[in-house]
Design a protein around this ligand. Structure first.
Ligand code: SF4
Length: 132
């Protein structure tokens, strides 16, 4: 798979973006089997209340060097998190969540199934500055 036209799995709510997950009451992201494309009405509605990126996960186009998280030729978000957690996860026990964007996912492209094991633990906006 070529490193182009990848999808960022931790993007923001915007028309045309995809809803790929819902943060459940335990703070874990339930990944949707089939992403839903956001329209303007959904985006307007979801802006009410807490930040939508605290409650949902959205996917959009990976803009590579156009993003603050792009470092050393890759997404530093998944690099950082997998570096921190790789010793806690047994590769052979990973069950890939069904996910509709895997074919183009930036994180999966960089880190394979380890990314998918950690992905549900990542909330785009954790309410703290400089996240995720
Ligand atoms: S890291 Fe895996 S589970 Fe998460 S969005 Fe990408 S392909 Fe889907």
């Amino acid at each position: 798979m070529k490193d182009e036209k990848k999808t960022c799995p931790s993007s923001v709510a915007a028309p045309g973006a995809q809803l790929i997950g819902v943060v459940n009451s335990g703070g874990i992201v339930d990944i949707l089997k089939k992403p839903l494309t956001l329209d303007a009405a959904f985006v307007e509605e979801v802006q009410k209340g807490r930040s939508p990126e605290q409650r949902f996960r959205f996917a959009g186009r990976c803009v590579q060097s156009g993003c603050n998280q792009w470092k050393s030729g890759g997404c530093s978000v998944i690099q950082r998190v997998t570096d921190a957690m790789k010793h806690d996860i047994n590769d052979s026990e990973i069950n890939l969540p069904a996910c509709g964007i895997r074919k183009t996912c930036r994180w999966y492209f960089q880190k394979g199934k380890l990314a998918c094991a950690i992905c549900p633990l990542i909330t785009t906006d954790n309410g703290i500055e400089n996240n995720p």
